[in-house]
Design a protein around this ligand. Structure first.
Ligand code: ZN
Length: 263
């Protein structure tokens, strides 16, 4: 196998470096190499020379979970250097990958590391100041999945806006599900049908796993979307988000400002 990892500090036994080789193999691309840079903190880039691309990532991306690795590689393989980069579909695909990548970056400092060291600590992050995610999960699990799904749960940072599901690997090499719910929803103004709708969406990612089609990862398949609409409060939930998200984000920002002022 070609040496994809140019960083001298890279350890060959690292599981997620396997995710990189795995993703490159699955996507069948031999003309992409990956570089890790200690200088990059919140950004990443792709460059091209002689039809070969180089993807440069912050060095902590070596520990990125599989979906993030797949997202960043898929992103790098999209058109970046010709007119096709302006194509509507390409742009929207890029945005959805960037969404996954940025969420990982924003959650990456110490927080992630702390979780990885001890699974039981993740569970401590499931109790928010208003909603207890374990309680929400159990209720949705019993109502829609006959109680058969299992996942670790945690709140994201208090002003994070994106919820996501990832498959993580513990120290002994066992995969487990982890659902992270965006911190903005931990608020008394958020109705229970909204938080349950979000949880239901993330749980569907466990029930209906993503699959590869023509080299692309299909995450929200037709089957997924149909199942999502089975949520009895689907319309109310989407409508609520539409009307209230701005307000919710504003409230969270004000709270944060007050906190830093008090310090
Ligand atoms: Zn989703």
């Amino acid at each position: 196998m070609p040496n994809l990892f140019h960083n001298a500090n890279a350890q060959k036994t690292d599981t997620s470096e396997c995710f990189y080789s795995e993703a490159l193999q699955v996507l069948n691309c031999s003309d992409l190499s990956i570089n890790f840079s200690n200088r990059l903190k919140k950004g990443w880039r792709v460059s091209a020379k002689d039809y070969k691309r180089t993807l440069t990532l912050p060095s902590y991306f070596k520990d990125a979970p599989r979906p993030v690795v797949q997202a960043v590689i898929s992103w790098a393989l999209l058109p970046h250097f010709n007119r096709a980069k302006n194509n509507k579909v390409v742009k929207s695909q890029k945005r959805s990958f960037e969404h996954i990548i940025k969420e990982y970056i924003s959650n990456s400092d110490g927080y992630e590391k702390r979780c990885r060291s001890d699974l039981s600590k993740i569970e401590n992050l499931s109790q928010g100041s208003f909603y207890d995610l374990r309680q929400i999960f159990n209720s949705v699990n019993n109502s829609f999945f006959s109680g058969r799904l299992e996942s670790y749960l945690r709140w994201g940072k208090s002003d994070s806006r994106t919820s996501y599901h990832t498959i993580r690997t513990d120290k002994s090499g066992v995969d487990f599900h982890l659902i992270t719910i965006a911190g903005v929803y931990d608020s008394p103004i958020v109705p229970e049908f909204v938080i349950k709708g979000i949880m239901y969406h993330e749980m569907l990612h466990i029930a209906i796993p993503a699959y590869l089609k023509n080299g692309r990862r299909v995450v929200h398949s037709r089957e997924f979307k149909e199942a999502e609409r089975n949520y009895p409060f689907y319309n109310e939930w989407i409508e609520w988000e539409h009307r209230n998200m701005h307000r919710l984000i504003r409230i969270k920002k004000q709270k944060r400002r007050k906190k830093s002022y008090l310090k």
